[in-house]
Design a protein. Structure first.
Length: 324
């Protein structure tokens, strides 16, 4: 049953781009009508520049480049904000951290993609879209705080269960990925900007959605590798032994604090962009330069394909273990 759920969620991710294809066709007529209206010279220059950039990225960006850019993008400060959430549930899970990471991604990716495309459709950045619709982010922050309090008081986490013996539910981790994605403000690096320009300027919504899916998959890779490492070396056993030595659950304490902290950040700052303003500007700048440079690397698609094949092979091994 659990494997069927995972397969179903993966199928939803693959179908998602086609849902935007029809949307793109509908709004193309709107853009065509707008072009008939005379625009001021300065606005026309901006539109021409955006079109040039969109065509450049349409020519240069492949799914494999977007995938590699996502892997690099996790190193930016506002993307690193995803790590506290990841460690929060990996501290709590007794086994199969890899499976929980996959479920988290399957909840996170669709919402992240939908927000990005919807923001572009409305002519906004992701941060602007989230701030204008901050009620969703605030609700997500409240949910994260509730999850954190549940952990602190030993009432479970993976599912909202207030019994004395809380039961783990994969659905809880999946929902957690959704709530986290609502408050996750993506770093608007050159690759992500290029993807959204392809959607907004060239009306290639289906193609841009596929690019964002692979970008999201790249964000998932470092978390997946960490979770495989935790599972292989039985990290949960180490945490369990530490809990016994201390006489209390250090895992509950750390996970609860991390989740409550992220919930408060969502409530106050309406997203994770605040992490870009903590004296880490040089890191963000260098990561963006690196993302920009990979577009012009001669054999970048071969590198991307090799990385993707290795990742899919490791994912296949993990899924086989889950099925046993």
């Amino acid at each position: 049953m659990k494997n069927k759920l995972i397969i179903l969620l993966i199928a939803v991710l693959l179908v998602l781009p086609f849902a935007f294809a029809h949307l793109g066709e509908e709004i193309e007529g709107i853009h065509d009508n707008e072009k008939k209206i005379a625009l001021p010279e300065n606005i026309q220059k901006v539109q021409d520049y955006n079109k040039e950039q969109a065509e450049f990225y349409l020519k240069k960006l492949s799914f494999l480049v977007a995938f590699l850019a996502g892997i690099i993008g996790i190193l930016t400060p506002c993307s690193l904000a995803i790590l506290p959430a990841f460690f929060a549930y990996s501290f709590k899970e007794k086994k199969e951290i890899t499976k929980m990471t996959l479920l988290f991604f399957l909840g996170f990716a669709p919402v992240f993609i939908i927000f990005g495309i919807l923001a572009t459709f409305l002519g906004k950045t992701l941060a602007m879209f989230q701030q204008d619709n901050n009620i969703f982010v605030m609700v997500s922050g409240i949910v994260l705080i509730i999850f954190g309090l549940m952990i602190l008081f030993g009432k479970g986490f993976s599912g909202i269960n207030f019994n004395n013996k809380p039961k783990r539910t994969p659905l809880g981790i999946f929902l957690f990925g959704i709530f986290y994605a609502i408050g996750f403000t993506a770093c608007m690096g050159p690759i992500l900007v290029g993807i959204l320009l392809i959607a907004g300027v060239l009306q290639s919504y289906a193609y841009a959605t596929f690019l964002m899916l692979f970008y999201s998959l790249g964000l998932f890779v470092p978390l997946f590798l960490i979770s495989m490492f935790f599972d292989k070396y039985n990290f949960s056993k180490f945490v369990g032994n530490l809990n016994k030595k201390l006489g209390f659950s250090i895992s509950n304490l750390i996970a609860g604090i991390l989740l409550i902290s992220m919930g408060i950040i969502f409530l106050i700052y309406k997203g994770t962009y605040i992490f870009d303003y903590l004296g880490l500007g040089n890191i963000t700048y260098n990561i963006y330069r690196l993302q920009e440079s990979i577009v012009n690397i001669k054999y970048i698609n071969i590198i991307g394909l090799s990385t993707l094949i290795i990742f899919l092979f490791l994912l296949w091994i993990s899924l086989r273990k889950i099925g046993k």
